[in-house]
Ligand binder design. Structure first.
Ligand code: EPZ
Length: 419
């Protein structure tokens, strides 16, 4: 969508089902190049980023078809090892294809993905680790050319628990003669999902979800793999925050509640009543919500950076002062100026944000600069007086499938317009 128009004032109520996880399906789509066979993926969120990954696979020579939320990839006739530059520019996480392609073809090339509205987002951890397992990296006028004779055993210690670097090293290690150990690796649930997919493909990987992952090389993978993508914990958390900001009564369904513990602790602390079931969570505000003294983002299992803009919008409507410190992305702050245009009072002190909450926001024309920031602007629009227009809807569509339809079913007055 080009933009979303929201008329504020409606409480959200009812049930909403979340889609498959964007941050699981992207590395899993990259993984489908490994077996030179068929992968049938179910519960795929048909997001803009999913279509970019599909375009990359097709450009590499894979056959890809999809119907509703099922995607079938046949990578048998893949005949290219360089990832198309204009597609990399659309989605920086396409760097994840590097590890998968080099694993199967012993060569790969991709342009530097560059930064985005969250910060520089370098890939040094990826490339340093690749060199430690025998991959030769050349930088040829901003194109990374990677070649290897055979992947070497080693122990990699990541300087930071980087999600993408952890995924890329796992993908590059699948066929190692011997084993590769990754220490201080990321523990995010999306990594667990990718490993589960790779294990169904026949890979030998142990320790996912802990800070040490071991990959024991295999010679061959299964020709046919079927897998269902995990539900999106960030979309689920976004809907929980949307219910709370409207003083609503919403049940978020089809989720894995244990992946949301850090957010649920905060929602409980500020005065939400949370009921947890096997695969759903019901949220209703107990009484007037309270501010939070201090909250900081950290790698899983702590509070996720991908819910920072959303919790900020919620805290910006709760009277009193709350403080958030963003530790993951040095520039995940582009939503603040836009929230302040709607009447919020948020002050930045480098990566610490002081939120002076208030309960009178006014609809305005604002601009999404990234997908989670865009979601926070929709949240504020749900409670702002009058009409809020959130431009840059395409950012939001990168991470949320049919967000206007899902919110309308919960009682919001929102519509998405193509331009
Ligand atoms: C993944 O990004 C997610 N994207 C992000 O979600 C998420 O915010 C992030 O992990 C953290 O959880 C996908 O999975 C597609 P990182 P990634 O490597 O892998 C620095 C969303 O909204 N770093 O864990 O890029 C980096 O600059 C998106 O859905 C290096 O310095 O995140 C950042 O400050 C946004 N060198 C920090 O580490 C490197 O080589 C965390 O990055 C790699 C990363």
């Amino acid at each position: 969508m080009g933009k979303y128009i929201i008329k504020g004032g409606n409480k959200l109520s009812g049930e909403v089902f979340v889609s498959g996880a964007k941050n699981a399906v992207l590395p899993i789509l990259a993984s489908t190049v490994l077996n030179g066979g068929i992968c049938i993926l179910k519960n795929v969120p048909m997001l803009l980023d999913t279509f970019v990954a599909i375009d990359i696979l097709k450009d590499l020579g894979c056959e890809v078809s999809y119907r509703e939320n099922t995607v079938v990839v046949n990578s048998k006739n893949m005949n290219k090892t360089d990832v198309k530059e204009d597609l990399v520019k659309k989605m920086r996480s396409s760097i994840i294809f590097l590890g998968a392609i080099i694993s199967r073809f012993k060569q790969a090339s991709i342009s530097y993905p560059g930064g985005c509205n969250l910060g520089k987002r370098p890939i040094d951890f990826h490339l340093d680790a690749f060199e430690k397992i025998g991959i030769k990296i050349e930088d040829d006028k901003n194109i990374i050319k990677a070649t290897v004779d055979s992947i070497k055993e080693n122990i990699i210690v990541l300087p930071f628990a980087s999600v993408g670097a952890t995924q890329n090293i796992i993908l590059a290690s699948i066929f190692v003669k011997g084993k590769i150990v990754i220490k201080n690796c990321a523990k995010e649930p999306e990594i667990i999902d990718m490993v589960r997919f790779l294990r169904k493909m026949g890979a030998k990987i142990y320790g996912e979800g802990t800070h040490i992952i071991t990959i024991e090389g295999v010679e061959k993978l299964n020709d046919i793999v079927e897998y269902t993508i995990m539900p999106d914990r960030i979309e689920a958390g976004t809907f929980l925050c949307m219910s709370a900001i409207t003083n609503g009564d919403v049940t978020v369904k089809g989720i894995i509640p244990q992946y949301l513990t850090a957010l649920l602790d905060i929602l409980n602390q500020i005065g939400c009543n949370i009921q947890i079931y096997k695969d759903s969570i019901k949220i209703k505000n107990k009484d007037v919500l309270k501010p939070i003294d201090f909250l900081e983002t950290k790698p899983y299992p702590y509070f996720p950076t991908d819910l920072q803009p959303q919790i900020m919008a919620l805290l910006a409507t709760i009277c009193g002062t709350s403080i958030i410190k963003e530790n993951i992305f040095e520039a995940r702050n582009k939503h603040i100026s836009e929230l302040n245009k709607l009447g919020c009072n948020i002050i930045e002190d480098s990566a610490t944000f002081i939120i002076n909450g208030k309960n009178n926001l006014y609809g305005k024309n604002v601009f999404a600069k990234d997908l989670r920031g865009g979601a926070s602007l929709i949240m504020a629009g749900l409670v702002a007086q009058g009409e809020t227009i959130v431009q840059g809807g395409c950012y939001i569509d990168r991470g949320y499938e049919n967000i206007d339809k899902k919110l309308s079913l919960l009682g919001a007055n929102i519509k998405g317009l193509k331009d």
